[in-house]
Design a protein around this ligand. Structure first.
Ligand SMILES: [Zn+2]
Length: 105
């Protein structure tokens, strides 16, 4: 997910712990029904996250300083690529469904 869609809000003063972020990714992976081969968190310049064709997910370390809503959007986006490799209609429909699910349980 490219950084062109960067949020307008300020970064959080305190980053969420790495373990918490990993737990968020793993909880969403279960919910979506995918198994990432690897989850990496490292500084990325142009993207918030990426998904390799081998199923390795990489997230920008700056995400740890982004609000929960935005973290969730990036996490769901990258995990969904393990099911849908493009940004077509199915991808958009699933994104909307998963994000709505979380907002209105
Ligand atoms: Zn994408």
């Amino acid at each position: 997910m490219r950084k062109a869609g960067a949020p307008e809000w300020q970064p959080l003063e305190q980053a969420v712990p790495l373990d918490l972020f990993r737990a968020e990714v793993e909880a969403w992976a279960q919910r979506i029904g995918v198994t990432p081969r690897e989850i990496r968190i490292r500084p990325m310049k142009r993207k918030w996250g990426s998904c390799s064709s081998q199923g390795r997910l990489t997230f920008d370390a700056d995400l740890l300083r982004q609000p929960a809503d935005f973290r969730r959007e990036v996490i769901v986006h990258e995990l969904l690529h393990l099911k849908v490799p493009n940004h077509g209609r199915l991808f958009k429909a699933l994104m909307a469904a998963y994000l709505a699910l979380e907002t209105f349980p």
